[in-house]
Design a protein around this ligand. Structure first.
Ligand code: ADP
Length: 262
């Protein structure tokens, strides 16, 4: 298992796991004056180490903005964000870049693989750039879990969409990040390939102790998570533990466009 720095708190300490990521009073506004848009309005979210959280909500509700701010890809207008014990809203650019590289894994809808590198080279690229050596046992475990051993010497153009996204997932996991942020990871996949990727993400949490935050608009994708956080109009309006596709769909139907229960 990958040893995360968001180490479990012992039972004697009473609170289960320490947060792997947390936002408090997170506000993000774009533009100013008449064109000012409040994308996030004092959002409080906490993600426990070893938890798989899905962020859902209508288009424009702030899902991507929340993910980008929590992952340190965008800056907050107000509020605080922590990754593990580090408050990223207090970090200067250089340290933020370092923290993103060392502690955060990313999976994007568009795979973002380098076409000239093989699957294996893509998987180890972030560590190669950081000058870090991959732990071979861990790398083997990741490669076997994503079922890519036979494809390691293939370039992305020789792989299906589902295989490419599994390479991207393996790349995110390979360096044992404290947390993985996944932005619509199945958005470009058919339902079968999507199910494979989601099953892999689920296993990486259940069997490898990974922590994942996934933005999705798909109730089936959200049903793989431990908890769903619902956003509307830049606010957290509800959450659901132990979701099923049906219960997520039901809950979404209870909100009107303004984010209130109808
Ligand atoms: P979602 O991911 O739920 O579709 P977003 O986080 O992309 O929502 O957007 C939330 C709100 O912020 C929307 O009203 C969107 O138009 C606005 N927004 C997002 N990014 C920008 C930007 N770079 N400039 C101006 N407005 C933005």
């Amino acid at each position: 298992m990958c040893v995360s720095t968001a180490a479990p708190v012992t039972a004697a300490q009473g609170t289960g796991h320490a947060p792997a990521a947390r936002a408090q009073g997170l506000t993000k506004a774009y533009g100013s004056g008449d064109t000012r848009v409040v994308a996030l309005d004092a959002v409080d979210v906490s993600v426990t180490g070893g938890e798989f959280v899905a962020i859902m909500g209508p288009s424009g509700s702030g899902k991507s903005t929340l993910m980008h701010c929590m992952a340190g890809l965008d800056t907050a207008s107000a509020g605080q964000i922590w990754i593990g014990g580090s408050e990223i809203t207090a970090l200067k650019d250089k340290h933020l870049t370092q923290l993103r590289r060392d502690k955060i894994g990313f999976v994007f809808q568009a795979f973002n693989l380098l076409p000239t590198l093989t699957a294996l080279e893509n998987i180890t690229l972030p560590m190669d750039i950081a000058g870090a050596r991959a732990d071979q046992d861990w790398l083997d475990q990741v490669i076997d879990t994503v079922g890519l051993r036979e494809r390691l010497s293939h370039r992305p153009g020789e792989l299906s969409g589902g295989q490419q996204q599994r390479v991207a997932c393996a790349r995110a996991l390979a360096s044992c990040p404290e947390i993985i942020f996944a932005d619509e990871p199945t958005g470009n996949l058919d339902s079968r390939a999507g199910a494979e990727v989601l099953a892999f993400l689920r296993r990486s949490v259940s069997e490898m102790g990974q922590t994942i935050v996934m933005v999705t608009h798909d109730p089936v994708a959200a049903s793989y998570a431990d908890r769903v956080v619902f956003l509307a109009d830049g606010r957290v309006v509800d959450e659901l533990t132990g979701p099923t596709a049906g219960s997520v769909l039901d809950r979404m139907g209870q909100f009107d466009g303004a984010g209130r229960r109808s």
